[in-house]
Design a binder for this molecule. Sequence first.
Ligand SMILES: NC(=O)C1=CN([C@@H]2O[C@H](COP(=O)(O)OP(=O)(O)OC[C@H]3O[C@@H](n4cnc5c(N)ncnc54)[C@H](O)[C@@H]3O)[C@@H](O)[C@H]2O)[C@@H](O)CC1
Ligand SMILES: [K+]
Length: 504
Amino acid sequence: MSDTMDSQNPSPTEPQKLYRAEAVRQLDGLVISQQQIPAIALMKRAGRAAFDALRNRWPEVSSIQVFCGGGNNGGDGYVIAGLAAQRQIPVTVYVGVPADKLKGEALEAHGFAEREGATLVTSLAELPAVEKNTVLVDALLGTGFSGELRAPLDAAIEHINRSPAPVLAVDLPSGLNADSGFAADAVSANATVTFIGRKAGLFLGRGPALAGDVIFEDLGAAPAVYAQVPAQLTRYSGGSLERLPARAADSYKNQFGHVLIVGGDHGLGGAALIASEAAARTGSGLISLATRPEHVVASLSRRPEVMAHPVVSGQELEPLLESPDVIAVGPGLGHSPWSEQLLARAGRAPAKLVLDADALNILAGGRVLAGIKRDDWVLTPHIGEAARLLGIPTAEVSADPVAAARAIQEKFSGVVVLKGAGTLIAHADGVDVINTGNPGMASGGMGDLLTGIIASLIGQGLALPAAARLGVWLHGEAGNRAAAAGQRGLLATDLLPHVRELVD
Ligand SMILES: NC(=O)C1=CN([C@@H]2O[C@H](COP(=O)(O)OP(=O)(O)OC[C@H]3O[C@@H](n4cnc5c(N)ncnc54)[C@H](O)[C@@H]3O)[C@@H](O)[C@H]2O)[C@@H](O)CC1
Ligand SMILES: [K+]
């Protein structure tokens, strides 16, 4: 872990640290106790940073409406209102929790806004109509939010979301869970200024969609403070990932791995073809496919480079299992006796494994590979498959995807890729998150493509966690490039040319 000056503002070649609310509370406490910055000074810094961010982003701002809750998040909002009033920007504050219920710094900040001449209203109906350059500030709830949203803040959130004016969220969009990215009703913001530590929930689940652009302000917290509180997640972007090495001029195909794709039960042949083509376009030296006989001709005519083998039983798979470096089982595997036999045999091969889709469902069923832990496999569940692997409801996985990814990794070892709006990669040393991708990628075949990409990267020599990270990033980034032509109608195979462009 880096403890340099810039541990929270890493260069583009370093990953970012993300924190849970509890860890941010610890950081806040240490800044106050060890750096001797009083809580009110910290709140003033937070308000000032948010106000500066607002003017930076909306330089034409002509009026501001601030929505304040009853805790310190509301306190930040009152500071923003006071600063706006000082600068003669007309500002109205919706006081969501009556002043006589405010305490400590929030009460002090309320006094500051009032003294500076901000207009304070206690009902949404009293807010003036928004004008062309009105900006809304959401300071209803921050890291102290928990449980189900209570009145009257639910109505305030609805009011903000119905307004045509742009929204700056303070610390977190109100209603968003800071740890999980879970949200029922929550503010949808254009930008979010977040303080002291980047909250994990901004990058998970609904977080990225609700937060808009995330601006981070450390408020002067010292590197020594960050060194005392472990981060919960590490967030990688393109520049911070380990890449494949350049190829030497005298390279030969055996250096780039042999991947075997196993899948394609009756009616499911396309998934296995997509995975094999993805491995080919990611740069594997050799690609084999073991599938139902009826899919072989289709594979040969679409991609003659892939060695397609018909298999009607686990026994026929056996001779194909010796030479591959990596075997990916799952795309279109189905859940017939054929599927179970193939997974059982592949599980005994000497190769590294990538398991996806029905291979995970079979694994969850407990009849095949029961009780096995392996350091040399990657499991790539979506939320539903994750729930089955853990034997818990899907809602529980959504409520805390980081805990779910970690639990699957503890149960099965190896590397777990939990796919979602922020895809999590859990491994022995921690949990990572990657945010590439777009909703156009919610279509059949995308998971098969990812499986082929990750298998190929492992075959080309990356360690499993690095292959999973780079694979997830490539998949999402290729999806973003392909979506330039439109998100609706985006197909998995549309990503292949972009995977090829990006992998080098
Ligand atoms: N502690 C610090 O040193 C700093 C804190 N800061 C701000 O303080 C925030 C955290 O402040 P707090 O811990 O006071 O928490 P919040 O202000 O986020 O939330 C607490 C308030 O929300 C209410 N609340 C909680 N759950 C609710 C629900 N389900 N429905 C309706 N109301 C609910 C509580 O009754 C309380 O009034 C951060 O997000 C950040 O904005 C910043 O000022 C920077 C420094
Ligand atoms: K907020």
